[in-house]
Design a protein around this ligand. Structure first.
Ligand code: AMP
Ligand code: MG
Length: 346
């Protein structure tokens, strides 16, 4: 009798194993979906959306991104930001989107003691990184141009959505506009009842839900030494944003020195904080974008200190010497794909 019991137990186990083992995984390719790629906001935009209405969601998202670009680009002469820059000394009424972005940028300027500064425009223009006018400026040009940068001279009126700058100033919200835009795309995705989507605005990634086969989205972190597509780790996420600021995004090299696009207002030169890449992982892209640029300039110690003050924010910092520093919440999630990198404490 005992023997029979044992046999039936074994049979039950085998049957259970066969049932679960043979259960087919969701075949993602059979689920209605669409992907879209375009070039907007000076960067490559990619979307993958699952759902019957995926095509419409992508179209609506791209239209919204185009709208935001037209409002916030410094190189578009009739953008909202250009309107402010071209009318110094006057309060200029602008649309709600651009106002919210300037306001948030000023908050981060306060939070970082002006290392993040949306009035960085004159220095960005002087260096011309990523344009055909790129060059290493003379010291006195840098000194003179630095005098035009100070977020404390930007005045805003919340009732009217108006902004005033001084003569010679130039706002540049390139460090934060993509984050705002990514959150706006998420609103479109959710309003269209889509449960699963991936959005990448040139390294500014946001995912809605997990994948329809109930696995998380896997987001790669770029190896900062190489061109796009080489990842040094990937992180599994659901309903999160991963925003990276890196020295490889826009730069030029002269005499073995990399001059990149993130300028430290203190020196007037591309930031040399010992960091070459910062990824912020959190719930909203608007803050993540401001934070990634901020931490990049602040450096590992002060950057980590800032992130640790905030709730629900994780950071992965890559230093020049390829040391990796990260917040505790990431430690179990990050597996390095390359032995050149070394996870260290602080
Ligand atoms: P991100 O790639 O998000 O780190 O943003 C980099 C962009 O932000 C640059 O291309 C500039 O347009 C702008 N930027 C550069 N330096 C600063 C700074 N110190 N504070 C705020 N924005 C900056
Ligand atoms: Mg940023």
């Amino acid at each position: 009798m005992k023997y029979m019991k044992k046999i039936s137990l074994v049979i039950i186990v085998i049957v259970l194993f066969l049932i679960t083992g043979c259960q087919k995984k969701t075949d993602l390719s059979k689920i209605p979906q669409d992907t879209g790629t375009t070039f907007l906001m000076d960067t490559l935009i990619q979307m993958k959306v699952y759902g019957e209405n995926a095509d419409d969601v992508i179209k609506e998202s791209f239209a919204r991104l185009r709208e935001i670009e037209n409002e916030m680009s410094v190189s578009i002469t009739d953008s909202q930001i250009s309107k402010v820059n071209n009318n110094p000394g006057k309060y200029v009424k602008i649309d709600r989107d651009t106002f919210l972005v300037i306001k948030k940028a000023l908050e981060y300027a306060e939070l970082t003691n002006g290392r993040f500064d949306p009035s960085i425009g004159p220095l960005v223009k002087l260096w011309g990184i990523g344009t055909k006018y790129v060059r290493v400026p003379a010291d006195d040009e840098i000194t003179q141009t630095r005098k035009k940068v100070n977020y404390k001279w930007v005045e805003i009126n919340e009732e009217e959505y108006s902004v005033k700058v001084r003569e010679g100033m130039m706002l540049d919200i390139g460090a934060i506009a993509k984050g705002y835009a990514a959150d706006e795309v998420r609103k479109i995705v959710i309003n269209n009842n889509v449960k699963s989507a991936y959005v990448n605005l040139g390294g500014n990634v946001l995912v809605v839900g997990g994948k329809p086969d109930s696995t998380p989205w896997r987001v790669g972190i770029q190896d900062p030494r190489y061109n796009r597509g080489n990842v040094m780790t990937s992180i599994d996420v659901r309903d999160k944003t991963i925003v990276t600021s890196g020295n490889y995004e826009r730069y030029f090299e002269q005499d073995g020195i990399i001059y990149h696009h993130i300028i430290d207002p203190m020196s007037g030169r591309p930031s040399r904080s010992g960091i070459i890449s910062v990824s912020i992982i959190t719930n909203n892209s608007f803050d993540a974008d401001a934070l990634s640029t901020s931490v990049f300039i602040l450096g590992p110690e002060k950057g980590l200190e800032l992130v640790n003050k905030l709730k629900g924010v994780e950071v992965l910092i890559i230093k020049e010497n390829l040391d990796i520093i990260m917040t505790d919440g990431l430690k179990s999630k990050v597996k390095l794909l390359n032995d050149d990198f070394k996870i260290v404490g602080k």
